[in-house]
Design a protein around this ligand. Sequence first.
Ligand code: HAM
Length: 421
Amino acid sequence: MSFQAPKGVSEYVPPRSATLEAAREAFAGSARLACYGYLETAVFEDTALFVRGVGESSDVVRKEMYSFEDRGGRELTLRPEFTAGVVRSVLEHNLHKGALPVKVWTAGPAFRYERPQSGRYRQFYQFDLEAIGTEDPAVDAETIAVAWDAYAALGITRLTLLLNSLGDKVCRPVYREALQKFLRALDLDAETRERIELNPLRVLDDKRPQVRAQLANAPVMTDYLCEACAAHHEVVRGLLTGLGIPFTDAPRLVRGLDYYNRTTYEFDHALLGAQSGVGGGGRYDGLSEDIGGPPLPGIGFAVGLDRIVLAIESERGAAAAHPGTGCQVFGVPLGERTHRDVLTLVTALRRAGVRADMAFGTRALKGAMRAADHSGARYAALIGEAERSHGTVRMKDLENGEQRDVPASEATAWLIERLSS
Ligand code: HAM
């Protein structure tokens, strides 16, 4: 009997896994430049944290959580997203009692029981960034700029930034009521009618043409923003323009989690079809209080690293997308007793910071050279019986085929010099 990973688990093996790593590193690098600190936090949390934090009316909490009871009778859930856990962790470790905002990033797997398809998985990978403790609209723009620069560093160009404001506890209830009034008058199925009462904004997200057609004249939040929210939104828009970050006003943009208010945004990729959302985020000024903390406004975003990999592949082609292992030197032992010499050489190279690999097992010259070519290395370093007795290493430049014998004692220095020129 053989096993397969459970349905919907996304896994990465070389060489494709290098693209996932590069994606996470690009976002981490951008976050570090903006002085966000690294946070490693719980993969599972009390179920109630997500129910209260993410919200009882969200699809994520109602239908998609991996919840279980542990052996001690605790109700736990694998994180379906990071934000609620990050805020919980910030509060638990009293980071909010120091300098504000608390700026942190984290990354890893998240879990949602969704219908798997390309770009949508049950175990997927997010990079997540949060700035907690200020209402300043400049931090809204900062989070967007950090994401924007990471997409750019990855060479992702077919990207649209959708921007909206969801108002706050003053103006959203007024809008919600106006929207409900409009929606109740439409011809909709029972499930959608139920949604009007539970979470009317989500109805705006309906993808079915017969529903979309009826929504053309639906009221939009931006027309209902109170003075403070409208001013905040205008500042964010102005800051983004000043930073040279193009955006599209998306007055119908609704996010799938309940904690959002004011600034919300999504990054959409043009080539990914139905799962085009490669990242999204926004403000959650009430989340801390919802989970029993003090008033503590916050904003952040998460990107789906799986979809970033797909975006890179769709723009560059799968073959060009994966950087490989980046091996620089490949050692080739020819004959039983030469393995030790080659292992000694590649170890010395590694200790000097050179990425080096070697042929294992007993391979004939042809097979070993094929492995050297496959590794992507610039140089092959061959040691056979003859080289061994002369105390030399045969260096082969795999780009132009040139060969040359170098004294074994100088081999490391010789390779380092060639590789750095
Ligand atoms: P979200 O929009 O639910 O937001 O997820 C963020 C990103 O994760 C999405 O844009 C998408 O790229 C990716 N994603 C979500 N579900 C899946 C899935 N099933 N398979 C593959 N990728 C997926 C959040 O999670 C918020 N916590 C973001 C945030 C941070 N808001 C404020 N701070």
